[in-house]
Design a protein around this ligand. Structure first.
Ligand code: DAU
Length: 245
C-alpha cells in the first residue's frame, strides 16, 4: 500500500510561528511535526510515500527528509500551488497512487498507536466499502469534522458544527481506492473557499460506502496553539510510558 502525506496550507491559525516556515516543520516535543505522521505510515508498513507541500519551503523539507533512505522508505514530493484545500492537495497524488488502495494522513496529525491492523482490515473491507476513516472520541468535537451515526454506520460528517451531535470526530487518517480521484474532480468549494476531502467522505457516508475504526489511544492534530501544546504533552507522556515498560 502507498501513502500520501498532506503538508500544504498556510498554517494561518499558528501565525506568527508560521510566518517564515511551514507548520509541519515546527517542533512537537523532540521532533519536527511531520516526523509523527511519517512514522505512523512507516510503522504501518507503508514505505512508498508522497509528501505534498507548498513550494515556498520545499527546500527545507528536502533537507530534513531527503529521499527517505534514512527511514528505510522512499519519499516522493509534489508541490501544491496555492492553498486550494485538502481535496486539491490529494488530487496531486493521482499519478503516484496507481491502481491500489492507499492511505492518506494529514501532516499535522499525531497518533499514539500503531495503525497496521486498520490498514489490514481495509484490504478486506474494500469489497463492500470505498473508503475508511479512523475516528477519535474527543472532548471538543466542535473543532473538527464531527461524525453522525445511523445505527453503527456513519451517515454523515459535519465540518466544525456549533452543536456537535457526537463526540466522535474525523481524524486526518483515511484509506481510499483510486476511484476517489473521480470524486475529487467533481468537488465544489466549501464555505471556507477550499476543496475538502471531508466533502467526499460525507458523500461516501451518505451512500453507505464509508467504513471506520475507532482509535483506542489519544490522538490530536497540532494545527492551533492549543492543539500544538496538547500534541507536545501527548508525545512527552508517550515517551514516559514507553520508558517505564
Ligand atoms: O485534523 C483533523 C481535521 O482535519 C478533521 O477533523 C477535519 O474534518 C478536516 O477537514 C481537517 O480539518 P482542519 O481544519 O484541521 O484542516 P486544515 O485546513 O487545517 O488542514 C489540515 C492539513 O491538511 C494540514 O496540516 C495540511 C493539509 N493541507 C491543508 C490545506 C488547506 C494541504 O496539504 N493543503 C491545503 O491546501
Amino acid at each position: 500500500m502507498r501513502g500520501v502525506l498532506l503538508a500544504g496550507g498556510t498554517g494561518s491559525r499558528l501565525l506568527p510561528l508560521t510566518k517564515v516556515t511551514n507548520k509541519h516543520l515546527l517542533p512537537v516535543y523532540k521532533k519536527p511535526m511531520i516526523y509523527y505522521p511519517l512514522e505512523t505510515l512507516i510503522n504501518a508498513g507503508i514505505k512508498e510515500i508522497l509528501i505534498v507541500t507548498g513550494g515556498e519551503h520545499i527546500g527545507d523539507f528536502f533537507r530534513l527528509l531527503g529521499s527517505g533512505k534514512d527511514w528505510g522508505a522512499h519519499f516522493s514530493y509534489e508541490i501544491q500551488e496555492g492553498n486550494g484545500g485538502t481535496g486539491a492537495a490529494l488530487l496531486l497524488a493521482e499519478d503516484f497512487v496507481r491502481d491500489e488502495e492507499f492511505m492518506v494522513i494529514l501532516g499535522d496529525n499525531v497518533v499514539s498507536e500503531e495503525v497496521t491492523c486498520f490498514v489490514e482490515d481495509f484490504k478486506k473491507e474494500k469489497e463492500h466499502f470505498k473508503a475508511k476513516i479512523l475516528i477519535a472520541k474527543v472532548p471538543d468535537p466542535h473543532l473538527y469534522g464531527v461524525v453522525d451515526f445511523k445505527g453503527k454506520k456513519i451517515s454523515g460528517i459535519v465540518e466544525k458544527p456549533k452543536k456537535p451531535r457526537s463526540h466522535y470526530v474525523n481524524t486526518g487518517l483515511w484509506m481510499f481506492l483510486p476511484e476517489v480521484f473521480e470524486h475529487l474532480k467533481q468537488l465544489k468549494k466549501s464555505p471556507r473557499g477550499e476543496y475538502e476531502i471531508t466533502d467526499v467522505l460525507a458523500w461516501y457516508a451518505a451512500q453507505g460506502l464509508l467504513t471506520y475504526s475507532i482509535l483506542k489511544s489519544p490522538w490530536t492534530d497540532a494545527g492551533s496553539f492549543d492543539s500544538l501544546y496538547k500534541a507536545t504533552v501527548l508525545m512527552k507522556q508517550l515517551e514516559l510510558k514507553t520508558s517505564r515498560q
